[in-house]
Write a protein that binds this ligand. Sequence first.
Ligand code: PEP
Length: 251
Amino acid sequence: MRKPVIAGNWKLNKTINEAEGLARQLVDKLHHVTRTEIIIAPVFTALPAVARILAGSPLQLAAQNCYPQETGAFTGEISPLLLKDAGCKAIILGHSERRQLLAESDELINRKVHTTLASGLTAILCLGETLEERNSGAMFEVLTRQLKVGLAKLTPAQMTQVIIAYEPVWAIGTGKTASTDQAQEVHSFIRGLVMGLFNQATADNCRILYGGSVKPDNIDALMAEDDIDGALVGGASLKANDFCRIVEYQA
Ligand code: PEP
């Protein structure tokens, strides 16, 4: 069975002090959780401090991005190897904000996935359609391209270290959540794609998270769907009580 994952993407928020405060509250409230994998992704500067607070707890640390090289003359970049050194277990890749604001291509994201896995970290690969793509009927084509190129040249063994996050762009930070039917439809489509690209066992074992205005009041219904294995949470992950209620969803 697939172990659920609830991941918090803190985006560009919180000083080191503030991040430490939130991390301490989460460890206090969630230290007993075993049913679900819990991941939090603070800004780069807060990673070592938060790693010290999470040590010995079930919460895992993630970064929000990386460069697809381990070391070298890449001014201003950060590598999976160094993120691992800072305490990270996973990296969020291909978030729609990076695709849109920083023009990240599927090919670049694929290189980041490979470098992340080579460093022994989990890749959380984000994909999702814009409202225009959904309304024009291009949604499945867009998702297919993002997934196929994003996962290119991976083996089934490497796929055990990949988590997919379906995040419809129109639902991120907008307060509009995909309906449970809309989300389940796409999750099932993505699982079918993974089966076609790899095999049945890889598809059965692949965790597919939903992201897009996940809140305490919609998580229960989302988690009741067969192909929704967890959530990637933005805004609500910045509030300890909201994030804890999402982790302790009832399905
Ligand atoms: C996200 O940043 O991945 C996200 C889903 O944000 P929000 O929950 O705020 O929509």
